[in-house]
Design a binder for this molecule. Structure first.
Ligand code: ATP
Ligand code: MN
Length: 462
């Protein structure tokens, strides 16, 4: 008999039919005559109620049905008498796949803290909260591909191992096959990387952008969606050492096109989740964030505010608010500044543009003022920076000038400069941290709770 997933079982056409269901037991309760089991198979936040008539089953048959155990039930699907569910299964046959000793299984009933569950990350996907978050995450990943594919972008896979340390976006994890306890040395005592796997120092990538530009200046419009690594020792609720980034890069695109794309893209993803993850979002709203769905709806109705860094700094300076880090033109904005602009001043998402060149990467297009670059950061309520992007410097001489100013080694840069030497075009792109999008959409507050197995300083368990 074909198994039916619980997500498909609430179909009125199935009422009265015999069904076969499999899943993990959430709870069991009842009396001497009848026992009720709440079964979940991960396909939906909803549990299926299984009714065991004790005239058909003995206590001994049911003994192994405890929270966390896995079972197979065949029975008839009937309309439920009880409150809280529309249908239930009257069990005829039971098979227990695996028991879960109540003395040992850590996820007994409800009410575990998120901190506790982080230490049980191997089992937490079985909780309502993580089931919901992971289903929303999966839907959002699909929405990302759908958005770009529908618009003629090509999915480009950029390397995870890189030999250039110039990406500049953050500290890198070294990659080596050398024995760290017995390193080959040069005469001056430095490590001899010619003996390493790639014959030179390599690291895990902090961004696929530079290779993304190679793709965009050939295919026209590309996006990447893959793992990214940053060895930043910042223990914040918004930083992971391993996260997923989406990086579109588009030829013949200026900064305004880029802002339009970023805004459309985020709104599309939020809309997709609202349309496809209703049950899970309602659960998360009820448990964690009473305003969640309303906030998501609002965020896609209104257009994002667009202003320059210089205007933003003026607003912050005139706000009369005491910040922990004072703001002056030229300083990088801290999370508290970004959140003030978004949450208190404008009360909607903000795109800040034209930052001082000193605080942004070398590849961003220089403005006529010679002081600012065509950068854009998209700032979101609760999150702060969700996207960082720019129009890229397309002029060979100007780009070379910046590379020299910043002492970036040419051995890393020659291939990148070739895009400007041969058929250069205006182009733009951005990076969106996928987990920050999942944070916003689920209303969770710690980035460790929106990725199945988080990697953070001192934490690489599971
Ligand atoms: P932040 O200032 O928040 O550290 P950033 O300026 O280093 O971000 P970019 O280098 O522009 O970020 O990266 C693009 C996007 O990747 C960011 O807007 C953010 O959404 C995401 N991101 C960056 N670092 C991390 C991280 N350590 N963990 C998760 N997401 C990140
Ligand atoms: Mn960073």
């Amino acid at each position: 008999m074909q198994r039916i997933k619980i997500n498909d079982i609430f179909d009125p056409a199935l009422i009265g039919k015999e069904v076969s269901v499999m899943g993990w037991v959430r709870t069991r309760r009842g009396n001497k005559h009848v026992q009720f089991v709440a079964l979940n198979d991960g396909s939906t936040i909803r549990n299926l109620q299984i009714v065991f008539d004790l005239e058909k089953f003995s206590e001994a048959d049911l003994k192994l049905i405890t929270t966390g155990s896995s079972i197979h039930v065949i029975g008839s699907l009937v309309e439920s008498q009880g409150k809280g569910q529309s249908v239930e299964v009257q069990a005829d046959k039971l098979h227990v796949f695996g028991a879960a000793d109540p003395e040992e299984y850590p996820l007994q009933k409800k009410g575990h803290t998120l901190e506790f569950l982080r230490e049980k990350a191997h089992l937490r996907p079985r909780t309502n909260t993580f089931g919901a978050v992971l289903r929303v995450r999966s839907a959002l990943a699909f929405a990302v591909h759908k958005f770009f594919q529908e618009r003629g972008f090509f999915y480009l896979n950029t390397p995870l191992i890189t030999a250039s340390d110039c990406e500049g976006a953050g500290a890198m994890f070294q990659v080596t096959t050398m024995d760290l306890n017995n390193l080959p040395r040069l005469e001056d005592g430095k490590v001899d990387f010619s003996a390493d796997f790639f014959g030179k120092p390599t690291a895990l990538t902090v961004s696929g952008q530079l290779e993304g530009e190679l793709g965009a200046t050939a295919l026209g419009a590309i996006y990447t969606f893959g793992p990214t690594f940053r060895a930043e020792n910042s223990n914040t609720p918004r930083h992971l050492a391993e996260f997923w980034m989406i990086e579109p890069e588009v030829a013949f695109f200026d900064i305004t096109d880029n802002m339009d794309l970023a805004e459309d893209f985020i709104k599309y993803c939020v809309r997709y989740a609202l349309d496809h993850c209703k049950d899970d979002l309602e659960f998360l709203q009820q448990m964690y964030d009473k305003d969640l769905i309303n906030r998501l709806e609002e965020s896609i109705k209104e257009s994002f505010v667009r202003l320059t860094y210089t205007e933003g700094v003026e607003i912050l300076k005139n706000s009369g608010k005491k910040f922990e880090f004072p703001v002056e033109w030229g300083t990088d904005l801290q999370s508290e500044h970004e959140r003030f602009l978004v949450e208190e001043h404008f009360k909607r998402p903000v795109i800040l543009t034209d930052y001082p060149k000193e605080i942004k990467a070398f590849y961003m297009k220089l403005n006529e003022d010679g002081k600012t670059v065509r950068a854009m950061d998209v700032l979101f309520p609760q999150i702060g920076e969700i996207i960082g992007g720019s129009e890229r410097e397309a002029d060979y001489e100007k780009l070379l000038g910046r590379i020299n100013e910043l002492d970036i080694p040419m051995k890393d840069m020659w291939w990148y400069l070739d895009t400007r030497k041969f058929g250069t075009v205006p182009h733009s792109g951005f990076g969106l941290g996928f987990e920050r999008l999942v944070l916003f959409v689920t209303g969770m507050t710690n980035i460790r709770d929106v990725i199945p197995f988080p990697r953070t300083p001192n934490n690489a368990e599971f």
